[in-house]
Ligand binder design. Structure first.
Ligand code: ADP
Ligand code: ADP
Ligand code: MG
Length: 460
């Protein structure tokens, strides 16, 4: 989209990617197309990882354990100094939503490719984020104003909003620290369980209460904002297909969202971006009930796993825009330039066994054939002979199909899944195929409870 940058006219000519796996590879590719040199960082368990091999330079930052490597701020900053990288792209997970890391980068004269640390802080605490959004006129899920202090307070709020309710960790992410409560007798135990999980995962036991929205869709709006007050929304993604509050398959556009609702949600999202002075790419997650009421849930202040479906239907390269915005470039388009064309579906391909409760399946990929052809995109970091280490996320590839209509995208995806061969480890490919064959999925008749109700693993 911005060929004028091929000559290396940007503020930055070397970027360090503080991540691994497919997202690191995705970012390296975007940098290359912009004429930017790349530095990969890798753990001792990742010396054969693709991202470490295809970057211009690669620096080992510590042992396998994430806390000693991909979360090791000192080692990452040192790698920037040694290689002369001027900017850091954090990807998703790891340090991507860590405001203190972004702040450290800025203090060390490194550009953090993402929003200001202050926006990350504001959105990182989900209870505070909800409050901020409410003040900006964004509808939020009814519930407590901020964290709950006592059981008595929790009871009063739960009674007022009505059961079932959700207890959610303020510092939560990745579906952790969330408990549904159906009746008052179960409230105290659920709060204690959510607090314990939140403390273990996030080192922060704070929780808040939300009304449980029955059978909603998870619809999220992608936004982009530059440093000059320009912001656009790139339509929505429907991420209702979740297992244990974790996304499995995503599509854009959502068959459930009308043109009118899309515009309304988009405009509210852009207003929210302006209200908190947000910069760079971000995603605002909403729950939408059967009648089209939508409620803010959280904002993710980073690139999202499922960003490719939006890239395909809008033609905007979101990762390149992240880099360009961080380099001080203006958004090259206005809202009226953004058109949604065609339909895209993403299946997350995980190294896991759906028949054994989705148990992770690390190990050696003995043979591999990945599908291709028009309208098929694969974002992956695996290759034949690669040994998937047991230490990190089990997602090994994202298979994305793009076609003029939903029906054609589904047909393309079915053939692509059928063609995808992985030997040596277990994957969820056959499980994804079950979804793609289901009559309710074909009719776009689903909500966030769909995967749990269908229990496709039993068909395998
Ligand atoms: P999305 O899929 O919408 O991008 P997820 O919530 O699934 O967002 O998170 C993306 C990645 O980041 C996943 O690998 C997830 O495990 C990881 N992640 C999300 N939140 C946290 C967190 N608070 N701490 C550690 N990892 C996280
Ligand atoms: P995380 O930070 O872990 O991604 P979210 O707040 O985004 O947490 O919630 C994760 C998922 O949990 C949502 O996508 C949705 O499926 C479910 N969920 C969260 N809040 C509610 C609610 N109030 N009612 C019903 N489902 C909810
Ligand atoms: Mg979420």
């Amino acid at each position: 989209m911005r060929s004028s940058h091929l000559g290396g006219l940007l503020l930055v000519n070397k970027v360090l990617i503080a991540n691994r796996g497919e997202i690191a590879v995705r970012i390296i590719r975007a940098c290359r197309e912009l004429g930017i040199r790349t530095v990969a960082v890798f753990s001792e368990a990742d010396k054969n990882a693709l991202h470490a091999q295809i970057a211009d330079e690669a620096v080992c930052i510590g042992p396998a354990s994430s806390k000693d490597s991909y979360l090791n701020v000192k080692a990452i900053i040192a790698a920037c100094e040694v290689t002369g990288a001027q900017a850091v792209h954090p990807g998703f997970g790891f340090l991507s939503e860590n405001a203190a890391f972004a702040h450290t980068c800025n203090k060390c004269n490194l550009i953090f490719i993402g929003p200001d640390p202050s926006s990350m802080e504001l959105m990182g605490d989900k209870a505070v984020a909800k409050d901020t959004m409410k003040k900006a006129g964004v509808p939020v899920v009814p519930g407590s104003d901020g964290e709950i202090a006592t059981i008595g307070e929790a009871r009063r709020i739960a009674d007022a909003v009505g059961y079932p309710i959700m207890v959610k960790a303020s510092a939560g992410g990745g579906g952790r620290g969330i408990r549904r409560v159906d009746s008052p007798e179960k409230l105290e135990a659920a709060i204690n369980a959510a607090k314990a999980e939140a403390d273990a995962f996030f080192g922060n036991a704070g929780v808040y209460i939300e009304k449980f929205i029955i059978d909603p869709h998870h619809v999220e709006i992608q936004v982009l904002a530059d440093n000059y007050g320009n912001a656009v929304y790139l339509g929505e993604r429907d991420c209702s297909l979740q297992r244990r509050n974790q996304k499995m398959l995503e599509e854009a556009p959502s068959s459930f969202v009308t043109k009118k609702l899309r515009e309304k949600m988009g405009e509210v999202s852009v207003r929210a971006v302006h209200a908190c002075g947000y910069k760079n790419a971000g995603t605002i997650e909403y729950l939408v009930d059967a009648t089209g009421n939508f409620y803010f849930m959280e904002m993710n202040t980073r690139i999202q796993v499922e960003h490719p479906v939006t890239e395909l239907v809008t033609g905007v390269d979101i990762v390149k825009q992240q880099i360009l915005i961080a380099c001080g470039e203006k958004l090259p388009f206005k809202q009226s330039d953004i058109k949604i064309t065609g339909h895209a579906i993403e299946c997350r391909i995980n190294a896991e066994n759906p028949k054994l409760g989705f148990r992770p399946s690390p190990g050696k990929i003995e043979s591999l054939h990945m599908p291709g052809g028009p309208g098929i995109r694969i974002d992956s970091a695996v290759y034949q002979g690669y040994v998937i280490p047991p230490y990190y996320d089990s997602m090994i590839a994202k298979l994305i199909a793009y076609a003029p209509t939903r029906e054609e995208a589904i047909r393309k995806m079915r053939w692509a899944l059928a063609e995808f061969l992985v030997d040596g480890i277990d994957t969820n490919i056959d499980y994804q195929l079950e979804i793609l064959k289901d009559s309710d999925f074909l009719a776009a008749n689903y909500d966030i409870g769909y995967l749990e109700r269908k229990d496709f693993a039993k068909n395998l």
